[in-house]
Design a protein around this ligand. Structure first.
Ligand code: SAH
Length: 233
């Protein structure tokens, strides 16, 4: 059994680590998010709250609040914090929203959405990543999230329509099934293209869709179920 002294050192270490990550997160919001023009108060509060270090592998925890994407295994990445904040603000996610995310990955963006929205649905094509994200988000206490393994090109018709759809892997063209699952007035944010992509916001109107080009980004490709089987074999 550890001594009192052992426990004291352990608690001190846990406490200082929590304080350190907390201040790194506040600094991240100031220097990477606010300074680049994200001003939505709900997005900023969620960015300050969600512990990104618990969504990255242990080996790169010290980089969890750095200004970039990180590898999460299975050849996939957790997006740069600024891009997560920008996409959430751009999709007009609010407290009453039902949101669909394509590409759960680590579950970080899912947690961000769950902090703000009413209901979050997320689809991940790699079973192991979907399973890990389910466990991680349950441990963190998120109850308004449903995650499933599947092909995001098909969307989640049983739960449609959505106020916002956030695509966090890059298709070559805008997936038409997803457009059909947007509410009128709702919008989809999606990176479209090959190596470098054009981040677009597509808003559904009474008469059709309006498309805006926002910035150039780099996401992992949005694969099809068949291609994914080949990759992982
Ligand atoms: N939102 C994630 C980042 C995801 S990286 C995060 O915050 O961590 C993109 C993810 O999309 C990867 O996990 C990849 O496996 C997944 N993906 C790629 N193609 C997909 C598809 N057709 N359907 C669902 N998920 C897909």
């Amino acid at each position: 059994m550890p001594s009192w002294e052992g426990w004291w050192h352990f608690l001190k270490k846990v406490y200082f680590r929590a304080v350190m990550f907390d201040s790194a997160r506040k600094k991240m919001v100031m220097e990477q998010i606010l300074s680049r023009g994200v001003t939505d108060t709900q997005v900023l509060a969620a960015m300050r709250k969600v512990p990104r270090h618990l969504f990255v592998p242990l080996s790169c925890r010290s980089l969890a609040y750095a200004d970039g994407a990180l590898s999460i295994g299975d050849g996939q990445t957790i997006s740069q914090p600024y891009i997560v904040a920008f996409m959430t603000q751009t999709a007009h996610v609010g407290s009453g929203s039902r949101v669909l995310e394509i590409g759960t990955g680590s579950g970080y963006q899912t947690a961000m959405l769950a902090e703000i929205a009413n209901e979050v649905y997320s689809i991940e094509i790699i079973q192991a990543l979907a399973d890990q994200a389910v466990t991680r988000l349950a441990k963190l206490g998120y109850k308004n999230v449903k995650i499933k393994q599947g092909d995001g090109y098909k969307g989640w018709p049983e739960q449609a329509p959505f106020d916002a759809i956030m695509v966090t892997a890059a298709p070559l063209e805008v997936p038409s099934d997803l457009l059909g699952q947007l509410k009128v007035g709702g919008c989809m944010v999606v990176p479209v293209g090959d190596t470098y992509q054009d981040l677009r916001r597509i808003t559904r109107t009474e008469s059709g869709f309006e498309e805006e080009s926002l910035m150039s980004v780099v996401f992992v490709p949005m694969v099809t179920e068949k291609k994914n089987e080949n990759c992982s074999s």
